[in-house]
Design a protein around this ligand. Structure first.
Ligand code: GLA
Length: 504
């Protein structure tokens, strides 16, 4: 360390020798600064650094996450190096460097997927105070009795997988029309759910308005209802939705009321930016409880869909916060590998699922073009075996006959919707071959024969090995009965599935 007296000596010596004075040695910055620019995500607003007993602490405030604490702070010459945690461990934290020149500072690094290298200017106490991020109390722990109950896994459609934020009133109306005319509605798909991207700004009273693509939500709900369908919507307990739209943070009761007034029947509540503010089991429980209570207070039954990516063993408490379904995974993609990873390996704790509350391995991708028909048949078969919610994610206005057949096979849907609500499980695994079973309420058993391998394979089942009597064996995809036999051999295509219903 350079001691002050030594520094004075060097400067004096330099002066005596007629040399230019050495630059003052800058110290790591302490104080408060305001960002004027920077990336929209995460919308940094201010920076505050303190030094107490030689230790540096601080916060960086953002529109998305509120106050983020500087973690693992260390001094590196004239800079501070630290980490910020946005509540999501998926992207590893990397060093963020803060360097000052006395008047301003510069913060360089990466948060989540956003790189930044942005200046901040010194600010007065009152200017910093004006950027205080509001913090709201959470309710004490309670169990919520929802008005809506999903006796069987919810079925419907959602805009996200196909349209992402490119969704509007007209498309939703056309989807509703197609749900009715294609037979999807009559096969059981009744919810038409608008995902992220419908939100506009709040009005003077704080009420959340839709954006210009949704001129009249109530009229849209009426339109959907008139077709024998129900309307779902999407929000977040955080300040921002995952796509950066307005979340329900600080407006939970008001938003629930707005949704009820519009005639909404289903709410997907996605943790999103709230993951930075709520990253303990207690706080995540509390924010879902808070919205469930707000919905209950409206007296309008709404299916409550929890989307917090399966954290904190959500299935163990999803029902207690009024949830009818809860995501057990991160996002699905229209790729065999992602779908298979979720469907075969991340289907939640089986005991959590059943009438009233369902493990949700995410929405369907069938019909979006990224998988073969056999792979999509595996997708549908796995979801049916798991008793998963069947929320379509394709453009149902334009479907191939294969897609429609995969989505509307009544015998497959009956396995998914069986009233016992038992989650099927693997009974045997042999390399790429898996045999799954699911007990059904009429005493029969659904049996899924899966081939995760890259080549077609033959799979032999001896019913007694599975503890089953098989007086009747029906292939539900081909809708044909197999000749009765104690042992059955079927050929299963690459990445494919055969789904049987075995009756004693
Ligand atoms: C998250 C959810 C998705 C979708 C998007 C919308 O990633 O898991 O299902 O709702 O947000 O931004």
């Amino acid at each position: 360390m350079f001691r002050k007296s030594a520094l004075r000596y060097v400067l004096a010596a330099a002066g005596l020798l007629g040399m230019a004075a050495l630059p003052a040695i800058a110290a790591p910055p302490i104080g408060g600064w305001i960002f004027d620019g920077g990336p929209d995500f995460p919308g940094f607003t201010r920076l505050q650094v303190h030094k107490d007993h030689g230790r540096y602490t601080g916060t960086v405030t953002s529109h998305w996450y509120g106050d983020l604490k500087m973690d693992d702070v260390r001094v590196d010459a004239d800079s501070l190096v630290f980490h910020l945690f946005n509540g999501n461990p998926r992207v590893p934290e990397t060093d963020i460097v803060l360097k000052g020149d006395g008047k301003s500072v510069r913060m360089t690094g990466k948060l989540w997927y956003a790189d930044f290298d942005i200046p901040a200017r010194a600010a007065t106490k009152s200017a910093l105070k004006a950027l205080d991020f509001p913090v709201y109390p959470l309710p004490p722990h309670r169990i919520v009795q929802p008005l809506a109950r999903a006796e069987t896994p919810p079925m419907g459609w959602n805009s996200w997988n196909k349209f992402a934020t490119d969704i509007d009133d007209r498309t939703v109306r056309e989807i509703a029309d197609a749900m009715a005319s294609s037979g999807l509605r009559d096969a059981g798909y009744v919810y038409v759910n608008i995902d992220d991207g419908w939100q506009g700004m709040r009005d003077k009273t704080g009420a959340l308005r839709p954006n210009a693509k949704f001129p009249d939500m109530k009229a849209l709900a009426d339109y959907v209802h008139a077709r024998g369908l129900k309307l779902g919507i999407y929000s977040s307990p955080g300040p921002k939705s995952c796509a950066g739209y307005e979340g329900s943070y600080g407006h939970v009761e008001q938003d629930a009321k707005t949704f009820a007034d519009w005639g909404i029947d289903y709410l997907k509540y996605d943790l999103c930016s709230g993951e930075a503010l709520y990253h303990t089991p207690e706080t995540v429980y509390a924010v879902y409880q808070q919205m469930a209570e707000a919905i209950a207070a409206t007296k309008r039954p709404m299916i409550f869909s929890l989307c917090e990516y399966g954290r904190f063993d959500v299935g163990a408490w999803g029902r207690d916060v009024g949830g009818s379904l809860w995501r057990t995974t991160g996002d699905i993609e229209d790729k065999y590998e992602t779908m298979a990873k979720i469907g075969f390996e991340k289907n939640g704790v089986p005991n959590h699922t059943g009438p009233g509350g369902w493990n949700d391995p995410d929405m369907l991708e069938i019909g979006n073009g990224g998988m073969t028909t056999d792979e999509y048949r595996t997708h549908m078969s796995l979801w049916a075996m798991m008793a998963a919610p069947l929320i379509l994610g394709n453009d149902v206005r334009h479907m191939t006959p294969d897609t429609l057949a995969l989505l509307t096979n009544r015998e497959v849907i009956a396995i998914d919707q069986d009233k016992a609500g038992i989650q099927g499980l693997p009974a045997k695994k042999d390399g790429a071959r898996e045999i799954w079973t699911k007990r059904l309420s009429d005493g029969s058993t659904a049996v899924g024969l899966f081939n995760r391998g890259d080549d077609a394979t033959s799979l032999t089942v001896t019913w007694a090995d599975l503890g089953l009597k098989a007086a009747k064996v029906r292939d539900v995809w081909s809708k044909s009965d197999l000749a009765p036999a104690t042992t059955q051999t079927v050929t299963v295509p690459r990445h494919g599935a055969v789904l049987l219903r075995v009756t004693p």
